[in-house]
Design a protein around this ligand. Structure first.
Ligand code: FRU
Length: 480
């Protein structure tokens, strides 16, 4: 059987048809909920519903019935879900439950633009069934046609719900005491960050800065596809302060969450128990430039591996680190082995066969290097491969997927994906599944998230060094 016909073993895909953004990520009573933009009748984007899956460990997902259907207010665009612990909404007189806050979208007509307004739905049975609030929509705008993707969280510090909303090319903050009535707090974004295209799917959360005892706020902002540029859709982030009303960034430079093309519209989980403390993120592993053209296998679209986000300091900047959640390790426990230390010398390629594998995790530590270039080739089949090249002079890591299998569906798909300024390469974690390669450099200081469509996941590896030597250790883990 061709593996391309198989599903990823570690990444969520819908049983059938189209998937885009993760929505309503929330933890409640022992389950992680993943809702998602879903077209249940086609493998191309269309009238949006919220699909639904649950997991006990963030890796194995069980798809459930569709959670939210279009109604008289429109189709169901992206949004978030929260647990209303104190019944602020009044929806839960008996037992605590979840509230979904989403965008009701009406398509533009010949004489009128699109209408996007925020709506509520609530569930008394752990997300299995939902009631729409009869007072919908709860938030609209007189002029803005792009007015969507509410991310809501309870701010303990400020004693209110905060909504972060994408409003054309800005983010607008609202607040509420009951989730039903919202007040405008402030608008952020003019003159800040990248304005290549429409802003979408924001998220705002506080993270501790490693090793400092301080905390800072992170604002994620996804940016749609600008067809004049060679990136498609991607996600930027800001680090700064939020006082419950106003977000103030601490930097002027533009920061990208990922250097690959396939990590979009990502948001983080709500209501992770306090004892856990992690900020867990999932992105849509795709790009609007070619999302409707990627090879479809009856289903189309997959999520990134869930990642833990943290903040670290480097050269006076506070930056986001992302690493696969620790839950992943258990899946690789059965077959995991360290290779003997490898010494790479110029002109000598080291090939290691791995046998066919359904998923692969590689952990590399570069112990010493004076090479100008270090490369790793992930052989999918005899003639399909994905290549990762580190160039010491520029301090860049480049992923090339032009020979990775099916690539012809979009021109941009074959372009190299390159990090900026990661300095010296110390470590790499690489996760390969049926249609993806996710690379985490220097313990997640930079990541390259990439779809690939090979016939096999991995049949072997080649390592090489140019202009000097590299000494490295590599741990290989497989799921067969
Ligand atoms: C982002 C997005 C959102 C919107 C949804 C529609 O990928 O464009 O802004 O709510 O997808 O499916």
């Amino acid at each position: 059987m061709e593996r391309t016909k198989q599903r990823p073993v570690l990444h969520f895909t819908p049983k059938q048809h189209w998937l885009n953004d993760p929505n309503g990520l929330v933890y409640f009573e022992g389950e992680y909920h993943l809702f998602y933009q879903h077209h249940p009748h086609s493998s191309i984007w269309g009238p949006m519903h919220w699909g639904h899956a649950v997991s006990k460990d963030l890796i194995t997902w069980e798809e459930l019935d569709i959670a939210l259907y279009p109604d008289e207010h429109g189709t169901v665009f992206s949004g978030s879900a929260v647990v209303d612990w104190n019944n602020t909404s009044g929806f839960f007189p008996d037992k605590t439950g979840m509230v979904a806050v989403y965008t009701s979208h009406l398509e533009p007509a010949a004489t009128s633009p699109a209408v996007q307004r925020q709506s509520l739905a609530y569930s008394h049975d752990n997300g299995r069934t939902w009631s729409k609030y009869e007072g919908n929509p709860v938030l609209s705008h007189a002029e803005k046609a792009d007015f969507r993707d509410p991310k809501v969280f309870w701010s303990e510090e400020h004693g209110k719900w905060v909504m972060v909303l994408a409003t054309d090319q800005t983010i607008t903050f609202y607040s509420s005491l009951n989730l039903r009535e919202w007040s405008l707090e402030s608008e952020f974004g003019e003159g800040a960050g990248s304005h290549e295209a429409v802003w979408e799917c924001p998220d705002l959360f506080q993270l501790p800065v490693e090793g400092t005892g301080a905390s800072k706020w992170v604002l994620l902002v996804s940016i749609g596809d600008n067809s004049g540029l060679n990136y498609g859709s991607r996600t930027q982030y800001f680090v700064g302060e939020f006082d419950g009303s106003v977000f103030t960034p601490e930097h002027e430079d533009i920061r990208w969450l990922d250097y690959g093309r396939d990590n979009y519209a990502g948001v983080s989980f709500s209501d992770i128990p306090a004892a856990d403390r992690r900020r867990i993120y999932i992105g849509w592993m795709n790009n609007w430039r070619y999302a409707n053209q990627i090879p479809s296998r009856g289903w189309r679209g997959t999520m990134t591996i869930p990642r833990e986000l943290t903040l670290y300091e480097a050269e006076g900047r506070t930056l986001v680190r992302q690493q696969p959640v620790a839950e992943l390790d258990r899946y690789f426990a059965a077959e995991s082995a360290a290779l003997p230390e490898l010494l790479l010398e110029p002109g000598k390629r080291r090939r290691i066969d791995s046998g066919n594998t359904a998923a692969l995790k590689l952990e590399l530590k570069l112990e010493q290097s004076d090479a100008d270039e270090f490369g790793l080739i992930l052989h999918h089949t005899a003639d399909e491969y994905t290549e990762l090249v580190y160039t010491a002079a520029e301090g860049t890591l480049t992923l090339r997927r032009d020979h990775s299998g099916e690539t012809g569906f979009a021109e941009m798909f074959s372009a190299p994906q390159c990090t900026e300024g990661i300095g010296s390469l110390r470590s790499l974690t690489i996760l390969a599944d049926a249609c993806s390669v996710e690379v985490f450099a220097n313990d997640g200081e930079a990541s390259i998230t990439s779809l690939v469509f090979p016939a096999e996941v991995c049949s072997g590896l080649t390592f090489y060094a140019e202009g000097g030597n590299v000494r490295l250790r590599c741990n290989q883990s497989f799921i067969r």
